[in-house]
Design a protein around this ligand. Structure first.
Ligand code: NAP
Length: 310
């Protein structure tokens, strides 16, 4: 067990966590970022970030994430790959228990983000990785010249459908309504794209195929008509769920599992802050995650100064 006590332990290495790392380290605090998977979070699975102010042409999620991590590292942020299994927020020194080790901090910033939700059709789990995917950036390459479908009508579905056109022969967007949550400019782009087709007011009931995906059983919600759509891949973008299971009973969560905070990213527990997609908020974007991270780090610094007379 490490006896080192960090100033701030940040859980999650997406844009919120990395920005908190940068701001904390620039304030000369001893900061650790714990990440269980890939630095960059959801942003690292996003093909193109065209709405991050100043993002250069063809700015990819992985490239921006790498730059964010590098920048925090340059200012002294420490990083570790580990998975949080439990937390003890009851004392003045907060304890974050991971699979490999235990980390202690005067303050903790929760920046665990959100994970893709399953659509719930038959065969979704069985054919995961065999045609069913939740990440176009990771898997688009496998579908060069093939036919794919995208499920959903939000920003993720439309953005990733547009990205998939670079690889696939056709991209069929299957959406349960005939209007979209996605930004109008994105929807317009998709509507005008020669490779993109739409199946609206429809849901996927089943993925067909023994070893690999061969097609989807699609049901029209208005007519009840059932049809089969032959595709080699289906990309599911039906929303996200917050990654907060480990914090249940430790801090307040809303009915969907998101963390309520005040404007300074404080949770209901002293010394515990939350930033990014995991937080109750109106707009979940890279820019708002990065802003949350910056605010959380400075609020944590103020808290540490007051509490520990640093
Ligand atoms: P989202 O905005 O919650 O959209 C989810 C979509 O999936 C909706 O169209 C929803 O339909 C549909 N859906 C939900 N459950 C379904 C089910 N069981 N079966 C079929 N369809 C289902 O999620 P998201 O697109 O992943 O975006 C998440 C957040 O990240 C949003 O705040 C978004 O703005 C942000 N984001 C932004 C960008 C960007 O700005 N470039 C890119 C990606 C994500 P209904 O509309 O009928 O509910």
């Amino acid at each position: 067990m490490s006896e080192r006590i960090y100033d701030i332990v940040i859980i999650g290495g997406g844009p919120a966590g990395l920005s908190a790392g940068l701001y904390g380290s620039r304030s000369k605090l001893d900061v650790l970022v714990i990440e269980k998977g890939v630095f960059g979070g959801q942003a690292a699975t996003t093909a193109e970030l065209e709405n991050y102010p100043g993002s250069i042409e063809n700015c990819t999620g992985p490239a921006l994430s790498e730059r964010m991590k590098h920048q925090a590292e340059e200012f002294g942020t420490s990083f570790v790959y580990d998975e949080v299994v439990d937390v003890d927020f009851s004392g003045d020194i907060k304890v974050v228990k991971c699979k490999e080790a235990e980390y202690k901090g005067k303050a903790v910033i929760i920046a665990t983000g959100a994970a893709p939700r399953l659509a719930g059709f038959k065969g979704e789990n069985e054919l995961r990785g065999r045609g069913v995917s939740y990440c176009a950036t990771c898997d688009a390459d496998f579908f060069e010249g093939l036919d794919v479908a995208v499920i959903g009508g939000g920003d993720s579905a439309i953005t990733e459908a547009l990205y998939l056109t670079k690889f696939a022969e056709t991209v069929t967007i299957i959406h349960r309504r005939d209007s979209f949550r996605a930004a109008k400019s994105l929807v317009e782009k998709a509507m005008n794209h020669p490779k993109i087709k739409f199946i609206l007011n429809s849901v996927v009931d089943e993925a067909k195929g023994d070893e690999i995906l061969e097609g989807l059983v699609v049901r029209n919600l208005q007519t009840g008509e059932v049809s089969e759509v032959a595709v080699n891949g289906v990309f599911v973008f039906v929303g996200l769920d917050p990654i907060t299971k480990v914090f249940e009973g430790k801090i307040a969560l809303d009915e969907k599992g998101y963390i309520p905070t005040d404007d300074e990213m404080r949770t209901n527990v002293e010394g515990i802050f939350a930033a990014g997609d995991v937080r109750v908020k109106m707009l979940r974007q890279v820019i708002t995650a990065a802003a949350d991270g910056a605010i959380a780090a400075i609020a944590a610094e103020e808290y540490i100064n007051e509490k520990f007379n640093k």
